[in-house]
Write a protein that binds this ligand. Structure first.
Ligand code: C2E
Ligand code: CA
Ligand code: CA
Length: 537
């Protein structure tokens, strides 16, 4: 899952994400269009088979009507002259059924065409016997010569003691070119007989139903419709390739429409993903105690060559597990007014880390970066109360950068309140941005961290010469001097030789470490437990 999300959020994969989105949407559109076309085809097929079945529906009505007439009107002695007269009258009714028989128990005794048989004719076992209140039996394709209809074969239906010869209405010839049909007669036990149309279609439909599969992907579509007695059934078959061949233009238009729609939809989806998974949205959604982590960069006391403490630097854990550096998210915190909440998260996390890992008797200076806009003693003292507990292992430092809006001079009262509560205040990134010499003299702070660009500058550069001047000035103002960004031994040696630098910080001493790494570093290079290091020059 996180691998999938990393692909979604990484800018390197956006082209691929767009392509996949397009292909998926295009596929979905095609499936939808095919489903719609197949639905239309099925509906057409249902209509066509229903139309073709009307003749059989009518035949059923006529057969049942004729049996009703026979039941009602043939009340005299079977096969008597009166009976035969009435039988003939019924046969002459204009319903297409002309040959009626008296055949109790399947033994034909007399008929309209033949009169009284010399001896009863056994019709044999019926092929189809229907269930229900009007139970009927059918003999299919009987040779009708016993009815003096030589050379003719037809079906015979029987109900009660009466039977009749069932005419076979032809299938309509006006069905569409792409539709093939087979007419069958089905018995309730599942047996069936081909009665007309293209043979084999019903079998194919049974095979396809047995094979299963999603209708959309079958090369042929089938529909089956039966008359209301369930005896005559029409099976229709349409082959998709035939349909496609007939509708090439429609298919081309469908493809173009699908592609255009898919392009638009995938663009919308990509826009949504970009918004939902943008760094900003992600960060705001997930900012909390579980995602804020701290690293600890050791601070070296130059004269004692000891590590008395560290600067706490925040990191944010992204959804794909990567650790994000503050340069990316600090601007968002400021933009969304989350500075106080964020500082609380960092303070809580650092306190938890340190109290869990510090060895008994170990003491440590912890330096936090405070947003200039949050420079109000009361809420800060509440947030950092755990670090100020009397007798605790911590000595607390706040690092504050001067900004255009917040000049430390105007915050003097708050700074004083913090100092009297036991917090040391350092001006951070001095020499860069808006920090000024004038303020250094006017504001009572404990120390000054010279911006890392000074120490990181190449030898003999203007910045390095300025570093010496800055150290002189800060030292002259009686403040603790911290130089950060020390990356080389030569620079460290020079700072040591200078004699006015109190603390240094930089990759040469150590990169920011996780809590376990920092505690190990502190144990190896820090003051011995219980001797409380004093942060003074
Ligand atoms: P900063 O306060 O100036 O912190 C020092 C930055 O310099 C850190 O970067 C640190 O990793 C880096 N650094 C230290 N030594 C060296 C070195 O020798 N060479 C180089 N090239 N870099 C070095 P990081 O951790 O990326 O922090 C960047 C900035 O983010 C910090 O600058 C600070 O302004 C801000 N920040 C970090 N954590 C917090 C926080 O908890 N609260 C606030 N308000 N700001 C924070
Ligand atoms: Ca700092
Ligand atoms: Ca700094």
């Amino acid at each position: 899952m996180s691998g999938f999300i990393s692909i979604l959020i990484s800018s390197a994969h956006q082209k691929g994400v767009r392509l996949v989105l397009f292909l998926v949407t295009f596929g979905a559109m095609l499936a939808l269009a095919s489903w719609f076309i197949v639905e239309q085809v099925q509906q057409n097929m249902r209509q066509e088979t229903a139309r073709a079945l009307t003749g059989y529906e009518q035949l059923r009505v006529n057969v049942l009507g004729t049996f009703d007439q026979m039941d009602a009107r043939l009340v005299t002695a079977p096969c008597s002259p009166g009976f035969m007269d009435e039988l003939r009258r019924i046969a002459f009714l204009p319903d297409g059924i002309n040959e009626l028989l008296y055949a109790p128990g399947g033994m034909a005794v007399c008929s309209v065409n033949s009169g009284l048989f010399t001896q009863p004719v056994d019709l044999g076992a019926a092929e189809v016997v229907t269930q229900g209140p009007h139970q009927m039996a059918f003999w299919l394709d009987r040779d009708l010569s016993f009815l003096r209809l030589e050379g003719l074969t037809a079906s015979i239906a029987q109900r009660g003691s009466f039977a009749l010869v069932v005419p076979t209405p032809p299938l309509p010839t006006t069905t569409p070119r792409w539709l093939e049909m087979e007419l069958i007669v089905r018995a309730s036990n599942g047996r069936w007989w081909h009665r007309g149309g293209q043979s084999g279609i019903y079998n194919e439909s049974l095979e396809q139903a047995r094979a299963g599969g999603f209708g959309l992907f079958n090369a042929a579509q089938f529909v089956m419709r039966c008359d209301s007695g369930g005896v005559h059934c029409l099976v229709g078959k349409a082959r998709l390739p035939d349909l496609f061949a007939l509708g090439m233009a429609t298919i081309a238009v469908t493809l173009v429409v699908c592609a255009v729609l898919a392009a638009w939809l995938s663009q919308q989806a990509h826009g949504f993903i970009a918004r939902h998974w943008s760094f900003e949205t992600r960060f705001l959604r997930r900012l909390g105690p579980d995602t804020i982590e701290c690293v600890y960069q050791p601070l070296l006391h130059l004269k004692r060559d000891r590590i008395p403490g560290c600067e706490v630097l925040a990191r944010w854990r992204d959804i794909d597990g990567t650790l994000v550096s503050p340069d990316r998210f600090i601007p968002l915190i400021e933009k969304h007014g989350l500075t106080q909440r964020f500082t609380t998260l960092v303070a809580d996390r650092a306190h938890k880390d340190l109290t869990q890992h510090l060895k008994p008797g170990q003491r440590v200076h912890v330096s936090f970066n405070i947003f200039p806009r949050d420079l109000q003693a009361e809420p800060l003292l509440t947030t950092f109360a755990p670090f100020l507990a009397p007798g605790g292992p911590f000595s607390l430092i706040f690092e504050i950068v001067e900004t255009q809006e917040i000049q430390l001079e105007t915050a003097q009262a708050e700074i004083e309140r913090l100092r009297s509560a036991g917090v040391r205040i350092f001006i951070d990134d001095f020499g860069a941005g808006y920090s000024s010499m004038r303020n250094l003299a006017a504001v009572s702070v404990d120390g000054v961290k010279l911006d890392r660009s000074f120490a990181m500058a190449p030898n003999d550069s203007v910045l390095v010469r300025m570093l010496d001047h800055a150290i002189d000035m800060v030292s002259a103002s009686d403040r603790i001097v911290v130089v950060e960004g020390v990356e080389t031994q030569a620079r460290l040696d020079a700072l040591r030789a200078n004699g006015k630098v109190d603390y240094v910080q930089g990759y040469l001493i150590s990169r920011p470490l996780d809590i376990a790494g920092f505690i190990a570093f502190l144990s190896a290079n820090g003051p011995k437990p219980t001797t409380r290091p004093r942060l003074v020059a």
